[in-house]
Each structure stands twice: as C-alpha cells, then as structure tokens.
Design a protein around this ligand. Structure first.
Ligand SMILES: Cc1ncc(COP(=O)(O)O)c(C=O)c1O
Length: 373
C-alpha cells in the first residue's frame, strides 16, 4: 500500500463538477483580480468566523507582513513570538525592521508559553504574535491578559488554525478573531486549502480593515492615489472560487479529520515509544496535522518511507537556530522545550480522504518498527 503524506487529487475527483463549474464561472466573466468571487468568499469567511471584516490577500505570509505593518511590529519594536513555528511567523516582523523576541513553547500543546513570554518583555515590546499550531489554539486568555496588562497589540497567526475554536471570556471564538488582527493561510495542505496560494486577514477593527484593504493594493485608497507604501498582495479570483466550494464542506472535512485522529489514537496508544498529541484547549481542536512524538524519529521516518508511507517533520529546527536569525544572538540551549520537540516530532498523513485501511496500515508499520527494540 502507498499512502501519500498529502494529496489534493482525491478531493478534486470527488467534487470535480463543482470545482470546474466554479472555475468556469470566473473564466466566463474574466474578473481575475479582486473579482466577484473574492468579495463573495470574503463575505463567507466573515460569516464562518464571526469576524467583522475580512480581506483576501495573496498568501498567509503576506497577511502576516501586512498585519505586522498595521500593528507597528517594525522599526526596532520588539514582538514576542514562539520559537517553534513556521518561518513566516517571525520573518514578517524582521522584514519590517522589527525584532522577533523568541519564546519557548508549552511541552504539551507546542504553542507559545505565555509565562516565558512575560519574562522576555522589555520596554521596547509592542506586541505578541501567538501561533495556533497543528491542532489547537495558543492560550488566548493568557495572551490577551498579558496584552491588556502591558498595552500590547496581538496578531494571531491562525495560518494552520482554520476552524479551531477557543473559549475566551466565557464564549467560543474562532481562532484568529480574538486578537487585534488574525490571519489564515490557504496553502493547499491547509484545512481550508486552495489550488495554489491564498491568504486572509480578519479583524473587528474598522481602521485596521481599511488599512489592510489599502495595503494589499500598493497602499492605494483610490486607484493611482497612494496613501501608504503598500504591497501587491491580492487573493486571485480563481482561488477564491475554489476555496468557496471547499468552504461549503469544511465541517465535514473537520469531522473526518477528527475520525482519523481517533483511529490513530486507538491503534497507537499501546506503543510505549509513541507519545500521542495532548489536547489542552477548552475550545475545539482541529487536526490540521497529526503529530506524534517518538523515539528514534529519523529511523522511523526512513522505515515508513520504505513502506511508502509519507511523513513530514514540522519542524526540524527551531527559529533561533536558523542561519538568518543568528544576528538575534540566541544560542543552542536557550529554548530547551522547543529544541527537544524538534528532535522527536513526526507528522503522519492527515486529510479527509484518508481511508481506514490506510490508517491501519500506517499504524501496523509503526508497530512493526518498534518490535525490533
Ligand atoms: C504557522 C504558519 N504561519 C504562516 C504560514 C504562511 O502561510 P503561506 O504559506 O500561505 O504563506 C504558514 C503556512 O505555511 C504556517 O503554517
């Protein structure tokens, strides 16, 4: 049996007619840049997330840069952000001349440790950039308490968190809608993934919304009238049309991911070398990634590869050890939890179209590997 780590073609085949009709509708009209399908998709994102405003942009990384620009995460300002995440969560600050101040992570959720964050504050700290990683949101209650106490802005990186919820102030909120600004990525592998790049900025603040709308079109508020030095970052109409089809089925996709996670859990629970994901959120987790922590991770990955089971390591190196961040002056040992997680974490296939037989096969392979030890 061959199980790819990720495939887009199964879903495409299941919903071929709907995707083709949606793409054809855009082609028929020809409004490829910020066309009708983009406005419609933005409306649907507002309805789904409960955010007051939504602005489609070219990708999640741009959404983070634009959000950082709006919130003043630039020009030597310091921003607290986790050391264990995808690169774009920090490069957005550095791109604008701000300083990412790395924080260690919670050993169980892999999200930012808010106590560590508070200890790393200085009088230059202007914001927090929490990341909702893999399957659950960062502790937004602690994050917002810290932000309120020290008057900091909050940019939520919800690139991986579409559909996740967080119990905040006694009510459920969609991940990405609690801070000042939130962002989503529609990179193809994401829970809501397009057929190419795409991203979204959400906010409840009208001023931020208007600025985001302007920044995505070179800082223009009226065509050829530029109030800011902005970006060229627009969600394209074909992606919006595809994403809108997928959005209709998002709850079903999330349910299927949950079902697969249950099966993984029941088949892997008795292997002592395998640590299963721990859920701490009081909101709702969404299995964007099913990560296990294992002994002999690299050997297991090679073994699974030989068995034609695709896996990925998110992330093999934490950000303080990246060459480009050497100037920040961190060294090995500064973030012990993140460093440990980098050595043991392994992501197994997780997409709605996985079959029960495939998951059983993957788990049998893992059992077979550990029998030798
Ligand atoms: C946590 C996180 N932040 C930001 C991004 C960037 O999103 P994009 O790939 O759409 O630029 C990603 C996705 O790859 C991500 O996982």
């Amino acid at each position: 049996m061959k199980v790819p780590f990720y495939t887009a073609t199964r879903e495409y085949k299941n919903l071929k007619k709907e995707f083709e009709d949606a793409v054809e509708a855009v082609l028929d009209v020809g409004d490829f840049i910020l066309g009708r399908s983009v406005s419609l998709f933005e409306e649907n994102i507002k309805n789904y997330t409960g955010a007051k405003y939504a602005v489609g942009v070219a990708n999640g990384s741009d959404a983070l840069v634009i959000g950082s620009d709006i919130l003043g995460f630039k020009n030597d300002a310091e921003v607290l952000t986790p050391v264990f995440t995808f690169f774009a969560s920090s490069s957005c600050i550095a791109h604008l001349g701000g300083k990412p101040v790395f924080c260690d992570i919670d050993e169980e959720t892999f999200c930012m440790d808010m106590h560590d964050a508070e200890n790393r504050m200085t009088n230059k700290t202007v914001g927090i950039l929490p990341v909702h990683l893999f399957l659950q949101s960062a502790d937004m209650n602690a994050c917002m308490d810290l932000a309120k106490k020290h008057e900091l802005k909050v940019l939520e990186d919800a690139a991986e968190a579409f559909g996740m919820k967080e119990l905040y102030n006694g009510t459920m909120h969609m991940a990405g809608t609690i801070g000042d600004i939130g962002i989503y990525s529609f990179f193809p592998t994401k829970t809501l993934g397009g057929y190419g790049d795409g991203g979204m900025i959400v906010t409840n603040n009208e001023e931020y919304y208007l600025k985001a709308k302007s920044l995505r079109v070179h800082g223009a508020t009226k065509k050829y009238h530029h109030d800011y030095i902005g970006y060229n970052s627009r969600l394209d109409s074909l992606q919006a049309a595809v994403l809108d089809v997928k959005l209709k089925y998002i709850e079903k996709s999330i349910e299927l991911r949950e079902k697969h996670a249950k099966q993984y859990r029941s088949l892997l629970k008795d292997i002592p070398a395998v640590k299963l994901p721990i859920i701490k959120t009081k909101g709702k987790e969404v299995y964007y990634v099913f990560n296990i922590q294992v002994e002999k991770r690299d050997e297991l990955q090679i073994f699974l590869n030989k068995k034609e089971v695709g896996t990925t390591v998110y992330y093999p190196k934490s950000l303080h050890e990246q060459e480009c961040f050497k100037y920040l002056g961190y060294k090995k040992g500064d973030f012990p939890v993140a460093e440990k997680v980098c050595e043991s974490v392994l992501a197994l296939p997780m997409y709605p179209e996985l079959t029960e037989d495939e998951i059983s096969y993957i788990c049998e392979c893992i059992k077979e590997f550990y029998k030798k030890y």
